[in-house]
Design a protein around this ligand. Structure first.
Ligand code: FAD
Ligand code: SF4
Length: 474
């Protein structure tokens, strides 16, 4: 199929919408919400791309995916070639096509967005990756094509199996090194499996991507907490690893530090989502119980808050309120996530701040007391500071509270590797290429930047892999 439309013809094609489950159906199940482009729609959307000579979209992508090239292949109907181009720079395209904030990255810079609507780059990335995955499922050809590293090649340890660790592992395998991934939890994938819910990112997709790494020769050690099983020094000195990449994320929850936070029924979003995503706590026969609240309040307004609220609805809550101390404009979640949450029945209560949780005589949460806020001058983050309105306190009955006000680094690596330089917030100090102040130790992703995005963590894993190769070969 030729992709030879004139620019005028391309610009006349409207941005193609993606079918999704209706809100009143999907808010009761864990199936994926958007259903993906059918082939014909994907080709039509791909034909909108102007194939710019100097593509701005690529500058917006932290791993510099060759966007016009892969889109051109979709427009030509050569979907395998589209996936090959994606894999050159992005080892997790099916993940990124689903969860990357394209509207503030590649799509924000797309020239078509200046006068109309940007090319749906994320949806096309998802289409190419899904088509290739569905086609290769069970196919022997993929298994035959891979070459594993030689047993004598240097060994590299990857600590943490989130997107930064997986990407670093993938690039090191490509370069012919032996890679062992140590993961503290019983399932690999980091936030991709324990944080982002099934209805946004099916776990089978993450599993397929990780299986590919194993087929290519990566060793995976789950239930292996570095800092307990081995320290980083032991990996380097006793276990024969030439270098260590630390991609342990920022998974320790922050709390509100207000009275009543220890009551039964108050969860951190991290605990709530992990119980549901990883332990399947919503199933009747689950070994890890979770409270199925009727009136749920979620505090915070990022993606984690949206995921928690939408999950609470799906496990049977009658009312779910997101309580946020600033206004809608300052909400950090992706617009699409806020839109989906509201469509599904989540209610936003803006400019309110919790000051106390109340409970009954048995220690169970019964209500929250909040104070109304107004916006003052911008703070360090550039967002307008919320200021309490005196005398505006009010009480709302709730039986589950989920606190989604951010995360910080886990202290274990810090405590067991005293000569690894950290900043004052407990994150590892590393340069833009993942080089730390400790010889042989590299780091990237949320453990360096604090909570960020999947693609940024992947970009960090990629750069660190290059530096590890330089370090070993040098
Ligand atoms: P992580 O994904 O956190 O992985 C770190 C891994 O290291 C974990 O598996 C952990 O168990 C393991 N680990 C920790 N300590 C040790 C140890 N001592 N030994 C061995 N293993 C260890 N980003 C987006 O781009 N789009 C989204 O839609 C989005 N939604 C999100 C929703 C939620 C609920 C959350 C929490 C985050 C979301 N993010 C999103 C952010 C994104 O997921 C993270 O920025 C990204 O996963 C960071 O990757 P990472 O590799 O640095 O760490
Ligand atoms: Fe295509 Fe937009 Fe990128 Fe130009 S900027 S190549 S139109 S996706």
């Amino acid at each position: 199929m030729k992709n030879d439309l004139t620019p005028k013809e391309r610009m006349a094609i409207p941005r193609q919408s993606m079918p999704e489950q209706p809100a009143e159906v999907r808010n009761k199940n864990f199936e994926e919400v958007p259903l993906g482009y059918p082939e014909e729609t994907a080709v039509k959307e791909a034909q909108r791309c102007l194939q710019c000579k100097k593509p701005k979209c690529v500058e917006g992508c932290p791993v510099n995916v060759k966007i016009p090239e892969f889109i051109n292949k979709i427009a030509e109907g050569d979907f395998d070639a589209a996936q090959e181009i994606l894999l050159e720079t992005n080892s997790l395209p099916a993940v990124c096509g689903r969860v990357c904030p394209q509207e503030t990255q590649c799509e924000e810079l797309c020239v078509l967005g200046k006068k109309g609507e940007a090319v749906a780059i994320g949806r096309l990335e998802r289409f190419a990756a899904d088509t290739a995955r569905n086609k290769s499922c069970g196919s022997e050809s993929t298994k035959k094509a891979v070459s594993k590293p030689s047993p004598d090649a240097p060994k590299i340890a990857i600590v943490g199996s989130g997107p930064s660790g997986l990407t670093c592992a993938s690039d090191l395998l490509k370069a012919g090194y032996n890679v062992t991934i140590f993961e503290a939890l019983h399932e690999p994938g980091g936030v991709l499996v324990y944080g982002i819910p099934e209805f946004r990112l099916p776990k089978s997709i993450v599993k397929t991507e990780i299986n590919q790494l194993i087929v290519r020769g990566a060793k995976l050690e789950t239930n292996s907490v570095i800092g307990r099983l081995y320290t980083i020094d032991e990996l380097l000195e006793d276990e024969g690893f030439f270098a260590v990449f630390v991609g342990t994320g920022a998974g320790a929850p922050r709390f509100l530090n207000i009275p009543g936070e220890n009551l039964n029924g108050v969860y951190s979003s991290n605990e709530f989502l992990t119980r549901v995503n990883l332990m399947k706590a919503y199933k009747k026969d689950a070994e890890t119980p979770i409270m199925h609240g009727k009136n749920v309040a979620v505090f915070g307004a990022g993606n984690t808050a949206m995921d928690s609220a939408r999950t609470a609805l799906r496990i049977g809550a009658e009312e779910v309120h997101i309580m946020y101390r600033r206004s809608r404009k300052e909400m950090p979640a992706r617009i699409e996530e806020i839109h989906h949450a509201e469509e599904e029945g989540v209610k936003l209560e803006l400019l309110v701040n919790p000051i106390e949780f109340k409970g009954d005589e048995n220690g169970w949460l019964t209500s929250v007391i909040c104070q109304k806020m107004e916006l003052g001058e911008p703070d360090d983050s550039g967002r307008r500071r919320p200021v309490p309105i005196e005398g505006s306190e009010f009480e709302t009955p709730i039986d589950v509270a989920i606190i989604a006000v951010g995360t910080e680094s886990n202290p274990l690596i810090r405590q067991t590797t005293p000569d690894l330089p950290m900043n004052k917030w407990g994150y590892i100090e590393a340069d833009d290429n993942g080089v730390t102040g400790k010889k042989g130790v590299f780091a990237g992703g949320d453990i360096v930047t604090g909570a960020a995005t999947v693609i940024e963590a992947m970009g960090a894993g990629k750069k660190a892999a290059e530096k590890i190769i330089e370090f070993i070969e040098g």
